[in-house]
Design a protein around this ligand. Structure first.
Ligand SMILES: Nc1ccn([C@@H]2O[C@H](COP(=O)(O)OP(=O)(O)OP(=O)(O)O)[C@@H](O)[C@H]2O)c(=O)n1
Ligand SMILES: C[C@](O)(CO)[C@H](O)COP(=O)(O)O
Length: 228
């Protein structure tokens, strides 16, 4: 089942405190974004990659892609101020029908098995996301006082990739933009249309590199993957 993937990589990485977009931080001699791109370049089901970049970084991103582009064409488009706007720039570059995935540039450890489970689900359901069950006890808190303890069996940590019928995702983005609504993921926009999003259970190693300590976890994950 073929798909296109939009990879938003146009953020600033403020929480990483690296003084540059975290996509350029090296893990084992390669920038984070190259690790992420390789997961899709090597997937035979992936027939189109749309990388969304900050326009100031377009040249540098293009150079990073050049050695991958002989295996699969990577289209580069400029992003926006918020993640949601960057994803919209990416999906607007897609013509036609089919399944589109959205995957954070900052999640370099996604694997092909989970991508394929997700694509197969979205082909039936129209909208699906990878997620893992929450392991901590989660409480709702206000002003450092506990309001309530959530039912953990109903809580999942939502990851990317997320997969959608491309026309449905475009409709969801148009509506959210028209209503000035910003979601932290694309599945939220589908929920705002009143549609159901399926969950595909993923893997705890598919972390998003967000804050400095995530780089320590990333090194450990790479060490583990090298042993397999
Ligand atoms: N305007 C934006 C903001 C985010 N992203 C991308 O969306 C993904 C998830 O966002 P996040 O981890 O929040 O990245 P940043 O926005 O870069 O981080 P921060 O919020 O700490 O600045 C990242 O791959 C990031 O590059 C994007 O393409 N365009
Ligand atoms: C899309 C996402 O990675 C799912 O977990 C997440 O919501 C992005 O949020 P952030 O605010 O950009 O960290």
């Amino acid at each position: 089942m073929n798909y296109s993937v939009v990879i938003p990589a146009a953020g600033q990485g403020k929480r990483m405190q690296a003084g540059k977009n975290k996509q350029f931080i090296h893990l084992r001699n390669e920038p984070i974004i190259v690790h992420t791109l390789k997961a899709f370049v090597s997937d035979p089901w992936c027939d189109r990659i749309i990388l969304v970049v900050n326009k100031e970084e377009r040249k540098e991103m293009g150079e990073l892609c050049s050695f991958l582009s002989d295996k699969k064409q990577i289209m580069i488009v400029n992003g926006g101020l918020e993640r949601q706007q960057s994803v919209k720039c990416g999906i607007d570059a897609i013509d036609g029908e089919g399944i589109v995935l959205v995957h954070d540039g900052a999640r370099p450890f996604i694997n092909q098995e989970i991508i394929h489970l997700l694509v197969n689900d979205a082909a039936k359901s129209g909208a699906a996301t990878v997620a893992v069950p929450v392991k901590d006890t989660v409480k709702r808190v206000k002003d450092y006082k506990v309001l309530e303890t959530m039912k953990r069996e109903e809580l999942w940590s939502i990851q990317t990739p997320q997969a959608f019928d491309v026309e449905l995702l475009k409709e969801a983005h148009e509506k959210a933009e028209a209503e000035n609504k910003l979601g932290t993921d694309d599945a939220s926009l589908i929920e705002w249309l009143g549609k159901t999003v399926s969950i595909v259970q993923g893997d705890y190693t598919n972390i998003k590199l967000t804050t400095p300590e995530d780089l320590l976890f990333a090194e450990a994950i790479l060490t583990q993957k090298e042993k397999v």
